[in-house]
Design a binder for this molecule. Structure first.
Ligand SMILES: Cc1cc2nc3c(=O)[nH]c(=O)nc-3n(C[C@H](O)[C@H](O)[C@H](O)COP(=O)(O)OP(=O)(O)OC[C@H]3O[C@@H](n4cnc5c(N)ncnc54)[C@H](O)[C@@H]3O)c2cc1C
Length: 439
């Protein structure tokens, strides 16, 4: 007998959960508060096409995501391309990809460059050693390369990913990231020929074909008990019951929705804050650099760095224009996050024009997007407090970014959390079928 299931959230965690739960034969209703699917990977319309609101790429090691892309019939649309990284220091750009680049990186002393090289080898050897969970990334790096090299090179790289919350990051997070990104020799990144829109649309088609009901513009306010069942209260005042629920909202929102369920304090009281993001998207009539991404360090810029997406994504997607993202990872309560779109765009335009004089004449269009809950701010020993996916076995599950640790926050890691949740979910909901519901 099929059970009724609700999935909360239409980002990758919700879409992947809905595919898997519907695959078990259950009747699924997916709730999404916005009027679009895709969550942080969503797109905006541009000149008859679609561009990502936030820069997104796929890595060859993203096996769970690539498997889903294959299942949805889009694997032949995956494009792979060699990419590279630049590093702007005091307004001068350095390539930073090979051992030779590192040896030539003159902001560091020769000894510091050698220590940096050794760090790469040591970090790879340590891999995902659980002891790395107990120390901060900052202390781990300083121990290997020294204070000065940390300040010049590593601190900006960490802040370019998490902003001013970098001191909290555990070393395990960093080693996981280094393993994900640099374990295949030359850097290669992937994208879909028609962008994330094509993947989100493929998810939607797949779900509708399997009878999944998708309710957009429907925010879930609370998750409650209804006898043995779970009930969702939505912001339109309706209350609906399901045999089980899979929530994929960021942890802080999940805690708010379940505040009256009396959950284990290890989940309800877990303090995990998130960094938000502000991001300017610039369309230019010529490229800025040949690099996919480049942190701006000690260069007087507001942005923490630039991602030049057109060094990965085909130009046809942007009607021949070059797409660059200028980004800040910053808390939703920060002054920067609170600035209005025009102010932020003006700051980013100033960055572009100061750092790349040609940009003054080449910007054709610009857009600004922001998101309040993006990067969980991991703290040391997070492995010990990471919430389980089975919150009330058989009834309530959680698959969200709070559980990707020590993997990096990505579409692939979200898919891995979902795949990891499924064996217990399948068994526990089968027990509900036999015992609770059918009895
Ligand atoms: C600037 C930036 C760059 C990134 N770069 C990459 C990259 O290169 N590669 C990569 O793989 N990943 C990248 N990511 C990370 C990636 O976007 C996230 O890991 C992923 O999108 C998280 O998916 P999610 O479904 O868990 O959460 P989200 O995408 O946040 O989706 C959650 C969804 O749930 C909905 N929701 C929440 N609560 C409720 C509720 N109560 N009721 C109804 N709906 C609700 C929200 O509206 C949202 O649509 C990047 C993210 C950002 C912001």
């Amino acid at each position: 007998m099929a059970l009724s299931a609700a999935v909360i959230g239409g980002g990758i965690s919700g879409l992947a959960s809905a595919v898997r739960v519907a695959g078990l034969g259950h009747r699924v209703t997916l709730y999404e508060g916005e009027d679009f699917l895709g969550g942080l990977g969503t797109t905006f319309g541009y000149q008859g096409g679609h561009l990502e609101r936030f820069y997104h790429c796929i890595l060859p090691t993203d096996t769970a995501l690539i498997a889903l892309i294959r299942e949805l019939g889009l694997e032949s649309r995956l494009l792979w391309r060699g990419t590279s990284m630049g590093f702007m220091y005091q307004r001068r750009t350095y390539p930073l990809n090979t051992a030779l680049d590192l040896l030539r990186f003159s902001p560091l002393t020769f000894t510091e460059r050698l220590r940096m090289g050794l760090m790469g080898i040591r970090a790879r050897r340590q891999g995902l050693n659980p002891e790395l969970d107990e120390v901060t990334a900052a202390d781990w790096i300083k121990g290997m390369v020294g204070e000065r090299a940390f300040e010049i090179l590593w601190k900006p790289l960490l802040s370019a990913k998490i902003g001013d919350q970098y001191p909290a990051l555990p070393a395990l997070w960093l080693s996981s990231r280094m393993n994900r990104e640099k374990n295949t020799g030359a850097e290669v990144k992937g994208c879909l020929e028609q962008g994330y829109r094509s993947l989100i649309d493929a998810f939607e088609r797949h779900l509708r074909e399997r009878g999944v009901e998708i309710r957009l513009r429907t925010q879930v306010r609370s998750i409650e008990r209804h006898g043995d069942l779970m009930a969702l209260r939505t912001d339109d005042g309706k209350r609906e019951s399901f045999d089980f629920v899979v929530a994929t909202s960021p942890l802080v929102q999940f805690q708010r929705m379940t505040s009256r369920l009396g959950l284990d304090p290890a989940i309800s009281g877990l303090k995990l804050d998130y960094q938000g993001v502000v991001s300017g998207v610039f369309l230019l009539d010529r490229p800025l650099t040949r690099y996919y991404w480049m942190p701006f360090v000690d260069s007087g810029a507001t942005a923490q760095g630039a991602i030049e997406m057109s060094n990965l994504v085909p130009l046809e997607r942007s009607r021949g224009l070059y797409v660059t993202y200028l980004v800040n990872y910053t808390h939703r309560d920060s002054d920067l996050f609170r600035k209005n779109d025009a102010e932020l765009l003006a700051l980013y335009r100033r960055d572009l024009e100061a750092l790349f004089p040609d940009a003054r004449r080449s910007v054709v269009d610009q857009f600004l997007f922001r998101a309040p809950f993006v990067e969980p701010i991991w703290t040391v020993n997070y492995s010990r407090i990471r919430p389980p996916t089975a919150v009330i076995p058989g009834r309530l599950y959680l698959a969200c970014t709070a559980q990707v640790y020590p993997r990096v926050n990505s579409w692939n890691s979200c898919c891995e959390v979902v795949e990891g949740m499924m064996p217990a979910l399948a068994a526990e909901t089968a027990a509900v079928q036999v015992g609770g519901r059918a009895a």
